[in-house]
Design a protein around this ligand. Structure first.
Ligand code: GLN
Length: 473
């Protein structure tokens, strides 16, 4: 178990001066130092963090009102703009980039007194499922150093499981919060698209990008989300959120869960299936109605995602032209050459692959055959899920077809790597909320139970997850 208390209890301790914000920040920094071999952290914001902690401690000593997260340290994935350290997005393209403003999510957490202490490793530009696409290093799975922690928010998940902070932030475009949660045993929550502002987070595929927490407990996820969620004038896609500070426990009797048939078939590791089945049995024992549901369109989700996401990526990455942001090739003779060289040298192989695929599917000759068709499939997936949620309250299945794989195992085979996302991309395309909850382990490795709900039913999903959290492990 963690040596951090629940986030709300850390706050109480700080407010009652049982401990101080400064002590908590120092504890975080010490854990970051002692866990260095796992390569979860790209940089720390030590000086700024200690300064902010001191301010909070002084305010408490004066009897001032402090926020709901007062004095709690956290770690942000390195694609969030944060003051006090560079923001690299895991890419050489942004090495040394100093944020001119902070992400809305970070500002809102800071308004409640939380303190960012470090920036976590990720696959460059969040493209990947293992952190092996990071231009800096590969993060090691805290449970087995020879294995990946999942990606792209692998550094954030590993940091939480290494007790470097009580919570970390990740981004999830096609599974990047849920997959690392599943591979490391953390709780990973992807809210409904638009719940948390994307302002100040390096864009990947805007129509599925969401921000969410990685934590040890569901109650921490709910508290952190409630502080970040809601409309933001800097992101026109944000919606009003109903997420409350405390997820209420829910009565399991009378709730209906659908087990997704397509996710329990061939190609899914036996241990993973056993663990999901065991969780489902426990839900039945607790009074939940369980039925099997079929979602045939989900079979198309991976192909659909790997057309649409690269299309949006190719557009979002066009801003890195060697002029506006950090990396600019020193060897360019003129502006045109500077564009070409800066992009050729600054981007890694995966970003280039996605730029090429994205540009291809958007090009005039192929737009109808690929991009438009994928949009039609996306609508089918959205409708199929919406109809299913008229019959069931939640859908469950595995988060991934396997447990954490070995470092290097899929690194040279992009298609094999993309398969890790087969179960997470459907909910991303549909924009629905989904969580990875630690279930029974398989062969000594963590397995995540994937629980999904209808759009904007975040509160309901968090309550359900909190209620079943103990039941399914
Ligand atoms: N693994 C998926 C991809 O590579 C998802 C990444 C993400 O959610 N950021 O696109």
């Amino acid at each position: 178990m963690s040596d951090w208390k629940a986030v709300a209890d850390c706050v109480l301790d700080v407010q009652k001066q049982v401990t101080s914000a400064t002590e908590l920040v120092r504890k975080s920094l010490a854990a970051i130092e002692s866990g260095k071999e796992y390569r979860a952290i790209i940089s720390t914001t030590k000086d700024r963090a200690l300064k902010r902690a001191k301010e909070i401690d002084e305010r408490i000593a004066q009897g001032d009102k402090v926020g709901k997260l007062a004095g709690v340290p956290f770690i942000a994935k390195d694609n969030f703009l944060v003051f006090g350290a560079e923001t690299t997005a895991g890419s050489n393209m942004l090495r040394g980039f100093e944020a001119p403003y902070q992400a809305t999510a970070i500002n809102r957490l800071e308004e409640q007194g939380a303190i960012c202490v470090a920036k976590a490793n990720l696959d460059a530009f969040a493209h990947g499922s293992s952190t092996e696409n990071s231009d800096y290093m590969t993060t090691k799975n805290p449970r087995d150093k020879t294995r990946v922690p999942g990606g792209s928010s692998g550094g954030s998940a590993a940091a939480v499981m290494l007790d470097m902070a009580p919570f970390a932030l990740g981004s999830d475009t096609g599974g990047s919060i849920r997959l690392p949660a599943s591979f490391t045993g953390a709780v990973g929550y992807k809210p409904t698209h638009g719940t948390v502002s994307r302002s100040g987070v390096v864009a990947m595929a805007s129509s599925t990008d969401v921000i969410g927490p990685l934590t040890r407990r569901v109650e921490d996820a709910a508290l952190v989300l409630s502080c970040m969620a809601g409309k933001d004038e800097l992101d026109g896609t944000t919606i009003d959120s109903s997420i409350t500070e405390e997820a209420e426990l829910t009565d399991l009797k009378g709730q209906t869960v659908g087990v997704v048939k397509e996710f329990m078939g061939e190609g899914v590791n036996d241990g993973v299936k056993r663990s999901v089945r065991a969780a489902v049995e426990k839900l039945k024992d607790a009074g939940v109605n369980v039925k099997e549901v079929s979602l045939p369109s989900l079979d198309l989700a991976l192909a659909c995602y790997y057309v649409l996401a690269p299309a949006e990526i190719s557009s979002n990455l066009s801003r890195y032209d060697g002029q506006r942001f950090e990396y600019s090739s020193p060897g360019a003779a003129n502006l045109h050459e500077s564009y070409v060289k800066s992009r050729s040298e600054g981007f890694g192989a995966e970003a280039k692959r996605r730029i090429m695929i994205g540009t291809y599917v958007l090009s005039s000759g192929y737009y109808d055959a690929y991009y438009r068709r994928a949009q039609l499939v996306r609508t089918k997936i959205i409708n199929e899920l919406a109809e299913t949620f008229e019959e069931v309250d939640y859908l469950v299945g595995p988060v991934a077809p396997s447990t954490a794989f070995k470092i290097g195992e899929n690194a040279n085979d992009p298609l094999q790597m993309y398969l890790a996302d087969i179960m997470t991309v459907g909910p991303s395309l549909a924009g629905i909320p989904a969580i990875s909850l630690p279930a029974k382990e398989a062969e000594g490795l963590p397995v995540g139970l994937h629980v999904m709900a209808a759009r904007q039913k975040d509160n309901k999903l968090l309550s359900f997850a909190k209620t079943i959290e103990e039941v399914v492990t």
